[in-house]
Design a protein around this ligand. Structure first.
Ligand SMILES: [Zn+2]
Length: 275
């Protein structure tokens, strides 16, 4: 799933092209992709977008008259593409926005179950839609992070991925950030020391900025990630093979020397079966 670095790279790339011309035609949209019925998509036609904004993993395209906001969440397999004027683009997009100059913003989703979403909202409704999100993960300082960690005792990996706690981090960057901070994915948020909070805050900032720079340069996953999806490959700090622990819908990757003091994390699916 694209996370903060990926979405921010997208936002920067899309900001100028989406605001260059007014919308000529909004849609078609796949029935599962379009999450709102009113205002209708056609309400966008003739209006110009102000540019691209981002909140957590979502992109927002407000109209420059301030009346509407187009919100896009790519989920796991949604992808956005700007198709230049004169090029055909994909035949059955999940969503398409055509601009007066002939270029198109196209959302595709190569998955059986359509999960990506498009919402056309008033600014008030857009605010309500985003209200549950925690503060942006990028730019969070150690004091703010400490407040989030100390609120409840939670394991670090799921806490970092919880968009209500802080917005923008998913499975991949949680792996990268915890490895950079030398913290166990299972460590309890209330157990981390002040020094560890500092380390986590700077790892979060460094890793998200590193990811953003790489994604802006067009780097693919294998060159972007250092631990995520790198089972058995040497840890770049100590050389130990990267280990993994499986959950139902995702896998945590970590270095057993740098992060868990030599302990191998137990597969929680297995321990639940044995309980
Ligand atoms: Zn290591």
């Amino acid at each position: 799933m694209p996370e903060l670095p990926e979405m921010e790279a997208w936002r920067r790339a899309l900001n100028d092209p989406v605001s260059a011309f007014p919308v000529a035609k909004a849609g078609p949209a796949h029935i599962a992709t379009l999450k709102t019925f009113g205002p209708p998509l056609s309400a966008l036609e003739g209006r110009r977008l102000r540019g691209a904004e981002r909140r957590g993993k979502r992109l927002l395209f407000p109209t420059d008259d301030g009346e509407l906001v187009l919100l896009i969440h790519l989920m796991t397999s949604g992808r956005l593409k700007m198709v230049p004027a004169g090029e055909a683009g994909p035949k059955t997009p999940a969503f398409r926005l055509e601009f007066a100059g002939g270029s198109k913003l196209v959302l595709t989703e190569n998955a059986k179950r359509k999960r990506a979403g498009v919402w056309l909202l008033t600014p008030e409704a857009a605010r309500a839609e985003l209200e549950h999100l925690g503060p942006e993960a990028l730019g969070l300082d150690a004091a703010e992070l400490a407040g989030i960690l100390r609120r409840d005792a939670r394991r670090l990996h799921p806490l970092l991925r919880d968009q209500r706690a802080l917005a923008g981090i998913g499975r991949a960057w949680a792996n990268e950030i915890l490895h950079a901070a030398k913290l166990s994915p299972y460590a309890l948020s209330t157990d981390v020391s002040d020094d560890e909070v500092e380390r986590l805050a700077s790892a979060m900032d460094d890793e998200l900025r590193r990811g953003l720079a790489l994604r802006e340069g067009g780097a693919r996953n294998d060159r972007t990630y250092r631990v995520h999806d790198k089972l058995g490959q040497p840890c770049r700090r100590c050389g130990t093979p990267i280990a993994q622990v499986d959950f139902e819908e995702h896998t945590i990757y970590y270095c057993p020397v740098c992060q868990t003091g030599g302990r191998v994390l137990k597969d929680r699916r297995l321990s639940r079966l044995l309980r």
